[in-house]
Design a protein around this ligand. Sequence first.
Ligand SMILES: [Zn+2]
Ligand SMILES: [Zn+2]
Length: 349
Amino acid sequence: MTQSTVMQAAFMCGKLDVRVENVSIPQIEQPDDVLIQVHYTGICGSELHAIEGYEITAGTAVTENAHSPLGHEYAGVIAEVGPGVKHLTKGQRVTAWPRGPCGRCDMCRNSLHALCRKIAQRGGSWAEYIVTPAPLVYALPDDISMAIGAITEPLSCAVRIMDRAWMRAGQTVAVIGAGPIGLFSAIMAKHAGAGLVIVSEPRKSRRLMAQRMGADIVVDPLVENLHDIVMRHTMQRGVDISIEAVGLEPALSQAINIVGVGGTVIWGGVAPAGLRVPISPNDMFMREYTLRTSWGGLLEYDRTLRLERVIDWSPTAQEIFPLSQAMQAVNFSRTQAAGKVLLKTAAAD
Ligand SMILES: [Zn+2]
Ligand SMILES: [Zn+2]
């Protein structure tokens, strides 16, 4: 049982308007519910898009329920478990899938849980507490910090990007955009044995971070020609894999232009719903490249947690604001100066 019945939580009240309010602590409603005291919670690009008023049809109701706080990336400590929960206990350090697949639709039955037609998120994690069903909860190993545990969800998106890219050891990889997803993808490509990782990113701080985390070549697309640099380092062939992690032009087209014959393009950024990108069927046919997208990451959690132990991710999750300053944290995140921006609750101190 928790002492107080009131908690702080951050809500989106309109465009560029995030407010921290005192609301009731969510209650255990189902036998398999788990009440988690949130320690750290991430600010995702998808939430920034929503706050900035982008229209995204990502298939989830992250912000659609006006009574739910924002947020879906988090780690914390179990405060209470429902009577049906046997494998988790109070006091345990955990992270969780943000959304629960139904397990019954055609997508779920074909192992496409992340694309479940009835996938739903209960509550939001920009709050001191969140209730979530036990099957979505993952124990956090002792040697993974809460702050890194809180980025399990975006890291799992990068693991999925690796899966979708079918990368083989020694291949050449270019990543366009070194926001958290692009940065995480570049680091994973390097650890998965990429022979060359090129990162294109206009922000200097992010280029430096990519370099520190192992990128072989960093490119400032505002002053350098990414296409020329890629060609120069790949014997004029183009990269085997190009990963786009922006969701906007010119990045989406660039990813196609720099991929080599027979290569794979991954569109991993969340693009605005109305955006259209010109693709030449003739060019696609002649170069026989493959264009794939990568949406989220749920089934990748076990592997992601293992990667959290073997790679030092701490330089990528340094910017931490108190939950009470959620709007400032959002504004800082919008400057794109940092890696991953996290909110922390009083429980994290
Ligand atoms: Zn996310
Ligand atoms: Zn389903």
